[in-house]
Write a protein that binds this ligand. Structure first.
Ligand code: NAG
Ligand code: NAG
Length: 191
């Protein structure tokens, strides 16, 4: 094919702009690194649970569990949560946000949760901003690390990681988890 053909093709791509998609005028520049420490309260027992099972484990359903799956892993169960985030491990301490989303038992031979949650903050400079965290949470391990995939507000274009440590689990299964989140987000977000 002639070079003229390619030149015309190239030009037609570069001039084919449209009203709904324009080159951005902001972006790039240095990142602000933020460290967030808070406590996640996953309350499954009592009259006011904040986390509710919405899909039963495969072993309790009519469908055959996948071969090799153990009922003790709760494989297939899905929980919907709207969990408070507080300043200290004390549930009555200041609420600084809420974690809303789902976690699902994704391990057939281990307790391994797939978490997909939005952490929305309601205090201080982060009020109205959120982080999206999604990944594998082997909940029985003393410490876990999940990726921060993005965010909104001062956390637009965020990336980072959340280190999680279980502080306590009571007889009813209510858990308190410490989060230590390191977030990189563009300084141009205005943080
Ligand atoms: C957070 O933002 C909302 C909406 O702008 C506002 O009503 C609320 O008072 C703010 N809370 C704090 C603690 O700043
Ligand atoms: C929190 O995470 C940061 C970065 O990984 C680390 O330097 C710091 O020691 C951690 N703090 C706690 C209390 O775990």
């Amino acid at each position: 094919m002639s070079s003229t053909y390619w030149t015309i093709l190239f030009i037609s791509f570069t001039v084919a702009t449209s009203s709904w998609a324009q080159p951005a005028t902001t972006g790039g520049g240095p990142d602000t690194v933020t460290n967030l420490q808070f406590y996640f309260h996953d309350i499954v027992s009592g009259r006011n649970p904040t986390a509710v099972q919405i899909i039963k484990p495969a072993s309790e359903r009519v469908v055959q569990p996948a071969s090799g799956s153990s009922p003790t892993t709760l494989f297939g169960a899905v929980v919907m949560a709207d969990d408070p985030l507080t300043e200290t491990a004390d549930a009555s301490s200041k609420v600084i946000g809420r974690a809303q989303g789902m976690y699902a038992a994704a391990g057939q031979s281990e307790i391994s949760l797939l978490m997909a949650m939005s952490y929305g903050f309601t205090d201080g400079p982060y009020n109205g901003s959120s982080l999206s965290i999604m990944g594998k949470n082997p909940a029985m391990d003393p410490t876990r690390e999940l990726p921060v995939l993005g965010g909104t507000g001062v956390f637009r274009m965020a990336r980072g990681y959340a280190e999680m440590k279980t502080v306590s689990v009571n007889a009813g299964g209510d858990a308190v988890v410490h989060y230590n989140v390191t977030v990189y987000a563009p300084a141009s977000n205005g943080q």
